[in-house]
Design a protein around this ligand. Structure first.
Ligand code: NAD
Length: 260
């Protein structure tokens, strides 16, 4: 149902972003992927996406911690496809440290990537969405856009900011047939999360199940991970016509974490 549309997903060389790209391509959208990683692996993913969509898939490698990097990404998409109809702001990073030790450069980078890049991609994408009279903007926020954990000052601040940006743009664009929403997962089953398990088992002398239930999913009553494909399905739903009156929402997929 997305043929003729172009989707750009930031941070889509792995994890959740790649799941969005696959889901959107499977519905026939052109996709623009972005992020870091092994060049050969990314090229394999890109070819696979194009094969899935029957449309086109391009990769633009820019660093989204700078305004210039964001501009280069959006310009590359416009040069190829003319506009971005579906913008998914997903790129993000984390750093865990107490406030008095929090490295200033990590604070600046996390705020720039997890929040600033969405400001830049949106300000550049919106004029063309307005021209076309249709648009969908989706942010991967986090349970940490609604609640906090200690030692994650930059991440929690940026994700709360992203939730605020979502609401603001939803209001600004309410009459333009452009919806703006964020998805807020708890822990998502990605390689990054899976890779933490062996070290945590060793460090805490715990079994795999104990690490999963008592450490990773401590705050999630369902004791279940959200899957990247679950988020991709939500994003697809938001792109459908039936979702055209859902805007400014912060949709939780956190196993009840923020219900507590
Ligand atoms: P990931 O590390 O697998 O993916 C992050 C993506 O961002 C990668 O493609 C990476 O190359 C890219 N990226 C990193 N720095 C970049 C930069 N400077 N410029 C451009 N791209 C850059 O992580 P993920 O778990 O898939 O996370 C995706 C989003 O989901 C993030 O915003 C994260 O905060 C959010 N999230 C993840 C979880 C989780 O449990 N995994 C939970 C809640 C929210």
């Amino acid at each position: 149902f997305l043929s003729g549309k172009t989707a750009l997903i930031t941070g889509s060389t792995s994890g959740i972003g790649l799941a969005y790209a696959k889901a959107l391509a499977a519905e026939g959208a052109n996709v623009v992927i972005n992020g870091f990683g092994d060049a050969d692996e990314i090229e394999t993913e890109r070819k696979d996406l194009a094969a899935k969509s029957g449309a086109q898939a391009i990769y633009i490698n820019t660093d989204l911690t700078t305004a210039e990097g964001c501009e280069e990404l959006m310009q590359g998409a416009f040069d190829k496809f003319g506009a971005v109809d579906i913008l998914i702001n997903n790129a993000g990073m984390q750093h865990v440290a107490p406030i008095e030790e929090f490295p200033v450069d990590k604070w600046n980078k996390i705020i720039a990537l997890n929040l600033g890049s969405s400001f830049h991609t949106c300000r550049l994408a919106v004029p063309k969405m307005k021209e076309k009279g249709w648009g969908r903007i989706i942010m991967t926020a986090s349970a940490h856009s609604l609640t906090a954990s200690p030692f994650k000052a930059a991440y929690v601040s940026a994700k709360h900011g992203l939730a605020g940006l979502t609401k603001t743009l939803a209001l600004e664009l309410a009459q333009d047939n452009i919806t703006v929403n964020c998805l807020s997962p708890g822990y998502v089953w990605t390689p990054l999360v899976e890779d933490q398990i062996p070290d945590t088992m060793k460090a805490r002398g715990m079994t795999r199940d104990e690490v999963i239930n008592e450490v990773l999913l401590e705050r999630e009553p369902t004791k279940k991970f959200t899957q990247p494909d679950d988020l991709a399905a939500l994003a697809l739903f938001l792109c459908r016509d039936v979702a055209d009156n859902i805007t400014g929402a912060n949709i939780s997929a956190d196993g009840g974490w923020t219900a507590q």
